[in-house]
Structure formats: structure tokens, C-alpha cells
Write a protein that binds this ligand. Structure first.
Ligand SMILES: *[C@@H]1O[C@H](CO)[C@@H](O)[C@H](O)[C@H]1NC(C)=O
Ligand SMILES: *[C@@H]1O[C@H](CO)[C@@H](O)[C@H](O)[C@H]1NC(C)=O
Ligand SMILES: *[C@@H]1O[C@H](CO)[C@@H](O)[C@H](O)[C@H]1NC(C)=O
Ligand SMILES: *[C@@H]1O[C@H](CO)[C@@H](O)[C@H](O)[C@H]1NC(C)=O
Ligand SMILES: *[C@@H]1O[C@H](CO)[C@@H](O)[C@H](O)[C@H]1NC(C)=O
Ligand SMILES: *[C@@H]1O[C@H](CO)[C@@H](O)[C@H](O)[C@H]1NC(C)=O
Ligand SMILES: *[C@@H]1O[C@H](CO)[C@@H](O)[C@H](O)[C@H]1NC(C)=O
Ligand SMILES: *[C@@H]1O[C@H](CO)[C@@H](O)[C@H](O)[C@H]1NC(C)=O
Length: 810
């Protein structure tokens, strides 16, 4: 009887001791498990999710959902079940594949701890901590899994830094739900300045969980000591650490750094048999680190305007970028602010996440009043706030320099006191006087400008009259003999053909003196009489502008109507822009000069020349480049010469190129200078992006470039459209590019009256003014069976890949 009892006792003892511990003499193979004393955790081999690979780790033994909280061999998975754990002669717990050849993982303490242990033993505690003791009496801990966290913060585990050993308790996400290898997200405490918790993504700060301000992290105000969690924070000479525990042992709570880039405290819910997040961060766009740039405040609840607001007394550093929702530059002190004279003070911004404290001064002994005095007394102090919200708000943060990463909470957060000058403090008298002065100055300027304009008009009209008279005296353009043209083009040989389009065919020619020319042979049936044609040519030949192709002569003989132009060897813009190898030749300066030149040429056609000419077919292939890469618009007189001689109106003969055509022109035949402006806007977007108007964009499911840019613009991402072959790191270029995109979008607006004129475009390109916000662009042409790039014209002319262009040889 007593023997039996003894036997039972022995059995019980041996089983219970072998359940949660492993000693040096024991082996541990795939399939074996240690279970902690209270049955809460298990340790052994497992395969995560759908993976077949084997890892060694710790998981909740009793939960119906596999929840792994720690992994040993993250970097070295086993491909089969041949793994085995043991304690080696040095006293380390090691993982080998069974044939003994490969060491896959080790606790690796013997290399740093000299003392050898006599009888090391491993135990899995009911907290989920796997501990390697030096001896069976468990007095000395050689190693513990809680010091080597993976992606899960468990109760009683420390998060932070041991300042003595330099050991960090930080977390790194898995690579994916079934791959525990280290992923891209890391959660750790940065001890620069006043310690802060950061979630890093790809090594860069992604979400500043913030500084500990007494009862919570400044970025997660709701996560305080609650009935679920008990929290302790230590910041002394030896360590900075954050620990939590559950208030009631029946609660199961962990904090996971998710592979998707979030921090989630999770609570196990027995009824639903699943983990429920208590919180998920980052929660809104304002949680993303430095979302609005320095010296601004991000408020996710603002619906009437953009969420980024400059702090009081500050204004956007680059207004254009700011209104384009590119806010990385942030805000700077308003011009003329004098923050360090008598009368200045502080403005309170309530309910905020206080700025990055990595460069702030901290003094826990100061009260808030003393804090204010300390900040007031030093002109470089930008702001102050309480460092401890427990009690009467003791402790003092002071910031010198930029204030970074501020956010407004709807119903939490603390007060931030930002230094402002007297004007900002509401001493209005001075401000009002300044305003009145400014208004007066503006009025005066306006009068002066209108006066000058009137004088200029007068002078222009005199000059125009004078020129009209001069023109009559002008010798007209030379009229060449057909035989001369035939000789120059080798009898219009196919070898010399440069391009064909709606109006006719272009040939390259060489005159007897060796000068190269471009010869445009108009197709028959323009319906113009000879005298009409001659007059028209002479009119158009008088259009002289450095951004227009020059006409040299013409030929009118045997029903042939031929125009002779200068020849430009650098071909057309599209040959550079849409060529992978050549587009990098067009750097941003060059592109800006090109789009400025085109705008000037077009402005001249629209208003500065005596003929008002609407081009009606502006596109990249109609812009030629001279040897200095100066843009020259070609084909500019064609619409007029071929029967469309109104300057505004309707036509049933639509010439143009789909994609570049404004909707009112493409669909109703309505044309005006504003339809050219539309084409210019398209061309501008093409130049910035080096993408064709017809290009299709999967990510925004837009059928063309205009729609794509608009989608990106709405999301504040239009910097993404900029051609990668240009240097976007130069902030000045980048701000110009963004300005151009905005101008492009203004030009392609739905309603012609909303679009700017070309002279406004030239002004906007050349000046740094705040631009209006564009409306939704015109109905973006869906791909039809006509194809996006086909030119159309009435039945008489051919429909081709491009409308006729002077030099298009390839
Ligand atoms: C031992 O196992 C490792 C890893 O599983 C494998 O790469 C190696 O080829 C094996 N060696 C022998 C001799 O079986
Ligand atoms: C063990 O640690 C030493 C020094 O810290 C290091 O050089 C070595 O690579 C580590 N070995 C393993 C297997 O991790
Ligand atoms: C920090 O590291 C030192 C040296 O390794 C050690 O003595 C001390 O116990 C550690 N402190 C904590 C809180 O782990
Ligand atoms: C701990 O973090 C500090 C900086 O935060 C770093 O310099 C140090 O190398 C880290 N130590 C370890 C063991 O990762
Ligand atoms: C991690 O970052 C690298 C480099 O940024 C990227 O190539 C990789 O796809 C990322 N991995 C995951 C899982 O996001
Ligand atoms: C812990 O929670 C259980 C059920 O949720 C409850 O019955 C029990 O009273 C709680 N214990 C304490 C100490 O609050
Ligand atoms: C990560 O978050 C996603 C989405 O919230 C969730 O489906 C997944 O289970 C989470 N992973 C972990 C390890 O908690
Ligand atoms: C103001 O504060 C800055 C930063 O702490 C310090 O370098 C400077 O000496 C202070 N100036 C005065 C006048 O106290």
C-alpha cells in the first residue's frame, strides 16, 4: 500500500518536473513540448500559418487559436522535422538539426559569461518567459526569453533600454502572418533627449508613440492605467522601461507589432474565441510622423479645410507646395514677426500631442509657471508644456528650434504653449494700421498699373497702324517655282518624306546653296482660291516669334499649294520626351524653358500678333526643337489656311488630336483660345511626367494622364507623377514641378471660362504667387474605337497616326 503510494508520488513528481523544465541530460525533439506550471504557455516546435517550415517558440497552450508570442530561430527556420534542442557543454540552450551538423540557434551566453554552470536547467514560467538557470537551485538566471523579445509584448516583459548593458527590449514584426523572420517594422524606445517610443518602418520613424507624460504615452492618451491594464514606467540612471500587467488574472492581454505596420494591444475574448484590439495605431493620417512638416499642427477632425495648419504666428514655407498638399517643408515664422521684444507671449494650443522631445529640454523640478518664465527668458525658446500630467502639472518641456509632429486630439491631449509676437497675441491696433497701409499701397499700385496699361494700349494701337502701313510696303514672301521645289526634294521622293497628316505631307529638302528646308505639300481640296491662298500665306509669314517655326516661302502652281519652312534638325519634342533613352537629356531647367517657350509662342498667336490664331492641334509632335533646344511651334497657320478662318466659333470640321482636344471642341466643334489652353495643359502634364496623354494608369484606374494626375492631386500625391529621370531632390525644382502640375490642371478644367488665358499662364509660370485650386478636369476622353491618338478631319483628308507635322522623321 505505502509502496503503491510511493510509486504514484514518484510518477507524479517525474511527470510534473518534466513538464516545464529541460535539463542537460535530456533531449528535446520536434513534437516534444514544455508546458508552463499553470498550463498557460507551451514551448516547442511549430509551423506558423500555412507554412511548412519548423520554428521553435512559445505559444498560448490553452487558446483555440495558435498565438505565438516568441520565436527562437527567426532567422534560421528548419525545412523538416529533424530539429532537436539540447543544453550543450558550455551551458547554452542550442538548436541543431538532428544529424548534428548545423547549429541553427543558440542562447549564446557562454561567449560573454565566463562562469560555467554545473547543472544548467531550462524552465518555461507561467508568465510565458523561458528561463535558462545556471543551476538546478534556480538562483542565477543566465538567459531569459523576455530579454530577447520578438513581435509580442507580454505582461511583465520590459520594453525599453538597459542603460548599463546597452541591451534593448524592442520588438520587430514578423515578415508576414506565416513568416516569423524579422519584418520591416520595429518598435523601440529612443533615448535621445527625453525618451520616446517610436514605431519605425523600414528604419524610418513611422509613428511617434511619444514621450511618457506621467500616465500615458503622449501619442496614445487613452492607454492609461485602466481596469484592464496596470502600467509602470521607469526612467532612471540604469534603465528606461515600460511594463504592463493585467489587472485581473482572468484577462489575457498582449501587445503585437503587426507585420502590417501597426501597434495593437489585443484582448482575448472567450465568448467570441478571438483577439479583439483595444487600440490600433497609427490610427489616422496625423499619426504618421511629421505628416505636416515642422511648426504645424495636424488635426484629423477638420473637414472644412486641409488637416495641416500652421501654428499661430507661422505661415507655409512654400505656399504652392502647401496648397498642393505637399507639406514636408512645413511652416516658418511669418515674415516681419518680432518675437523677442516686449509684449510678446504665448498662445495656448489645447488638446495636442506635444512635439518630438528628442531635442527638448526637460526639467522635472519646475512648475508650469516656472516653466513659462524659463521659456520667456530665452529668445530661442519656441514653446513649453508640462512634462507630467499627474498632479498639478509639474515638470517642464522646453523646445528650442522647430516643433515637429504635433497632432490635435478631439478629446484628450495636453496644452502646448507656443511663443508668438505681439501682433499674434491680439494687439490689433498695430495690425489694423498695417492692413490699411497695405490696402492703400495696393490701391495706388493698381491705379499706376492701369494708367501704364492705357498708355501701352494706345502706343500698341499706333504701332499696329504703323506696321499695317509698313506691311503694305513689305516685299512679300518669295514664291518659288515648282521645279525648284521638286529638285530640292528629289521630286518629292519617299526617302525625303518626314511625315504625313491631315493637311498634307512634309518633305525634307536641300536648296542649291545647301540650306536645308522643310516642304509642306498641302493636300488638294482645301477649297481655297489661288489669290486667297497667296494673301493668307503672306499674312501668316508676318507672324514672327522666336517660338514659332519660320516660313521661308511658298509655291503655287499647277493646283499645287506648297509651303516652305526652316528645317529644324533636332526633330520634335515627342522624340525626346517619350523615348526611354533620350528623356533624361531633358532636365528640369530645360523642360521648364521649353514649356515657357511654348506658352509664349501660343500667347503670341492668341493675342500679340495682329491675326488672332487658334492653333487647334497643339501637341508634343507639333513642337520642334532647334539646335539650342528652343521650342518652336509648328503648324500654327494651318487651321486658318485650310478653311477654319474664324477666331472663335463652331466648325463641323474638327481637326486635332484626341486627348489634346478640349471636350467642347471634340464633341461640339466649339473652339476658342481656351481649347488651345486645354491642349497646352495636356502638353504641360506630359512634359512634367514624360508620359503620353493616352497612357493608362492601373493604380488610379484612369484611362488617361489627365484623369490620373487629377486622382493623385486629390490625394495630395501628385509628386508621384513627376518623371523619375529628373532630379526631384532639389526643393526648388520640385516646387516648380508641383506648380506646373497645378497650372496644367487649371488649363484642363471642364469649363472653358475657368481655364486661364495663355498670358495668365505665362504670368503664373514666371511668378511665385499662390495659385487658385483647380476644379475637376474636363470629362476625360474614354478610349474609343477611334484610338486615343488619331487625328480626325472631314472625309477629304487622311486620318493618320499624327496630324501633319513639319519634321517628324524617325
Ligand atoms: C543535416 O541537416 C541539414 C539541415 O537539415 C542538411 O542541410 C544537411 O545536408 C544534413 N546533413 C546530413 C549529413 O544529412
Ligand atoms: C554569439 O555571440 C558572439 C559575441 O556576442 C558572436 O560573435 C557570435 O556570432 C554569436 N553566435 C551565435 C551562434 O549567435
Ligand atoms: C542591466 O544590465 C546590467 C549589466 O548587464 C545588469 O546588471 C542589470 O541587472 C540590468 N538591469 C535590468 C533592469 O535588467
Ligand atoms: C540599443 O539601442 C541603442 C540606441 O537606441 C543602440 O545604440 C544599441 O546598439 C542597441 N543595442 C542593442 C544590443 O541592440
Ligand atoms: C521591406 O522593405 C524593403 C525595402 O524597403 C522592401 O523591399 C520589402 O518589400 C519590405 N518588406 C515587406 C514585407 O514589406
Ligand atoms: C476578474 O474577472 C472575473 C470575470 O471576468 C470576475 O468574476 C472577478 O471578480 C474579477 N476579479 C477581480 C479581482 O476583479
Ligand atoms: C495584423 O493585422 C491584421 C489586420 O488588422 C490582422 O488580420 C492580423 O491578424 C494581425 N496580425 C497579428 C499577428 O496580430
Ligand atoms: C537659450 O537656450 C539655448 C538652448 O538651451 C542656449 O544655448 C542659450 O545659451 C540660451 N540663451 C540664453 C541667453 O540663456
Amino acid at each position: 500500500m505505502s509502496l503503491l503510494a510511493l510509486l504514484f508520488l514518484a510518477l507524479f513528481l517525474s511527470r510534473s518536473s518534466s513538464l516545464d523544465t529541460l535539463s542537460a541530460s535530456q533531449s528535446f525533439k520536434d513534437g516534444d513540448v514544455l508546458v508552463s506550471g499553470g498550463g498557460k504557455f507551451a514551448f516547442g516546435f511549430f509551423s506558423p500559418g500555412d507554412s511548412r517550415r519548423r520554428f521553435v517558440g512559445i505559444w498560448y497552450a490553452a487558446l483555440p487559436v495558435q498565438t505565438v508570442v516568441w520565436v527562437a530561430n527567426r532567422d534560421n527556420p528548419l525545412s523538416d522535422t529533424s530539429g532537436a534542442l539540447s543544453i550543450d557543454v558550455w551551458g547554452d540552450l542550442v538548436l541543431h538539426s538532428q544529424n548534428g551538423s548545423a547549429l541553427l540557434w543558440s542562447t549564446n551566453v557562454s561567449s560573454t559569461l565566463v562562469a560555467r554552470s554545473s547543472s544548467p536547467i531550462v524552465q518555461l514560467l507561467d508568465s510565458g518567459n523561458l528561463v535558462l538557470y545556471a543551476d538546478a537551485d534556480k538562483m542565477f538566471v543566465r538567459w531569459q526569453s523576455f530579454d530577447h523579445p520578438t513581435n509580442t509584448h507580454m505582461p511583465y516583459m520590459k520594453f525599453g533600454v538597459n542603460k548599463t548593458s546597452g541591451l534593448n527590449w524592442s520588438f520587430t514584426s514578423w515578415r508576414s502572418y506565416d513568416d516569423p523572420q524579422p519584418g520591416n517594422c520595429t518598435y523601440k524606445i529612443d533615448t535621445t533627449g527625453y525618451p520616446q517610443a517610436f514605431l519605425y518602418k523600414d528604419g524610418k520613424p513611422h509613428f511617434r508613440v511619444g514621450s511618457w507624460t506621467g500616465s500615458h504615452w503622449s501619442g496614445i492618451p487613452e492607454m492609461t492605467n485602466t481596469y484592464i491594464l496596470g502600467i509602470s514606467f521607469v526612467n532612471d540612471e540604469e534603465e528606461v522601461s515600460f511594463t504592463f500587467s493585467t489587472r485581473n488574472s482572468s484577462f489575457t492581454t498582449i501587445m503585437v507589432i503587426n507585420e502590417t505596420g501597426t501597434i495593437q494591444p489585443l484582448n482575448w475574448i472567450d465568448e467570441s474565441r478571438m483577439w479583439a484590439p483595444l487600440y490600433t495605431g497609427p490610427r489616422d493620417p496625423c499619426d504618421i510622423y511629421n505628416q505636416c512638416g515642422p511648426n504645424s499642427n495636424c488635426d484629423p477632425d477638420i473637414t472644412s479645410q486641409y488637416m495641416c495648419l500652421c501654428l499661430p504666428g507661422f505661415e507655409p514655407k512654400s505656399p504652392t507646395n502647401w496648397y498642393l498638399r505637399y507639406t514636408a517643408d512645413g511652416c516658418v515664422r511669418k515674415k516681419g514677426a518680432s518675437i523677442c521684444q516686449s509684449g510678446e507671449g504665448f498662445k495656448t494650443i489645447p488638446n495636442v500631442k506635444i512635439p518630438d522631445t528628442s531635442a527638448s529640454l526637460v526639467d522635472m523640478s519646475l512648475s508650469l509657471t516656472e516653466c513659462k518664465q524659463a521659456c520667456m527668458g530665452n529668445c530661442s525658446c519656441m514653446a513649453y508644456a508640462s512634462a507630467n500630467d499627474i498632479g498639478a502639472g509639474s515638470g517642464c518641456f522646453r523646445w528650442h528650434g522647430d516643433l515637429v509632429d504635433i497632432k490635435t486630439f478631439s478629446n484628450a491631449g495636453q496644452d502646448l504653449y507656443v511663443r508668438v509676437d505681439a501682433t499674434e497675441l491680439g494687439q490689433h491696433s498695430k495690425k489694423t494700421i498695417q492692413k490699411i497701409m497695405a490696402a492703400l499701397a495696393a490701391l495706388f499700385l493698381l491705379l499706376l498699373v492701369s494708367f501704364l496699361l492705357i498708355i501701352k494700349r494706345r502706343r500698341d494701337s499706333w504701332r499696329a497702324k504703323l506696321q499695317d502701313q509698313m506691311a503694305k510696303l513689305d516685299t512679300d514672301l518669295p514664291c518659288y517655282d515648282l521645279s525648284f521645289v521638286a529638285a530640292a526634294t528629289d521630286n518629292f521622293s519617299i526617302a525625303n518624306r518626314l511625315g504625313t497628316g491631315g493637311f498634307g505631307t512634309v518633305y525634307r529638302g536641300v536648296m542649291s546653296d545647301g540650306t536645308e528646308i522643310a516642304v509642306k505639300r498641302l493636300s488638294e481640296g482645301s477649297g481655297q482660291g489661288d489669290e486667297e491662298f497667296r494673301n493668307e500665306v503672306n499674312l501668316i509669314a508676318k507672324l514672327q516669334h522666336r517660338n514659332l517655326v519660320k516660313m521661308l516661302g511658298f509655291c503655287l502652281q499647277n493646283k499645287e499649294k506648297i509651303l516652305i519652312y526652316e528645317y529644324l534638325p533636332n526633330k520634335s519634342l515627342d522624340a525626346f520626351l517619350f523615348d526611354e533613352s533620350k528623356k533624361s537629356l531633358l532636365d528640369w531647367r530645360l523642360r521648364f524653358d521649353i514649356l515657357m517657350g511654348i506658352a509664349r509662342g501660343l500667347m503670341y498667336l492668341h493675342q500679340d500678333s495682329r491675326l488672332r490664331i487658334i492653333h487647334r492641334d497643339l501637341k508634343a509632335s507639333n513642337v520642334l526643337l532647334d539646335s539650342a533646344m528652343q521650342p518652336k511651334i509648328s503648324d500654327f497657320g494651318m487651321a486658318r489656311m485650310c478653311g477654319g478662318d474664324q477666331s472663335e466659333g463652331t466648325t463641323n470640321r474638327v481637326v486635332g488630336t484626341y486627348g489634346y482636344m478640349s471636350p467642347e471642341y471634340a464633341m461640339e466643334g466649339l473652339f476658342s483660345v481656351k481649347s488651345d489652353v486645354y491642349s497646352y495643359g495636356v502638353l504641360l502634364l506630359e512634359i512634367v511626367s514624360a508620359k503620353k496623354i493616352s497612357s493608362h494608369h492601373e493604380e488610379t484606374s484612369s484611362t488617361n494622364l489627365v484623369g490620373h494626375v487629377w486622382e493623385l492631386w486629390k490625394e495630395g500625391r501628385c509628386v508621384e507623377i513627376v518623371d523619375e529621370s529628373m532630379d526631384v531632390d532639389d526643393p526648388q525644382s520640385l516646387s516648380e514641378m508641383l506648380k506646373c502640375i497645378q497650372i496644367g490642371l487649371l488649363c484642363v478644367q471642364e469649363l472653358p471660362r475657368d481655364r486661364p488665358t495663355m498670358s495668365m499662364v505665362v504670368f503664373m509660370l514666371g511668378n511665385d504667387r499662390v495659385l487658385p485650386l483647380p476644379e475637376q478636369p474636363a470629362y476625360t476622353m474614354k478610349k474609343s474605337n477611334m484610338g486615343p491618338e488619331n487625328s480626325t478631319s472631314d472625309g477629304a483628308a487622311s486620318v493618320n497616326q499624327a496630324t501633319i507635322s513639319i519634321v517628324e522623321g524617325r
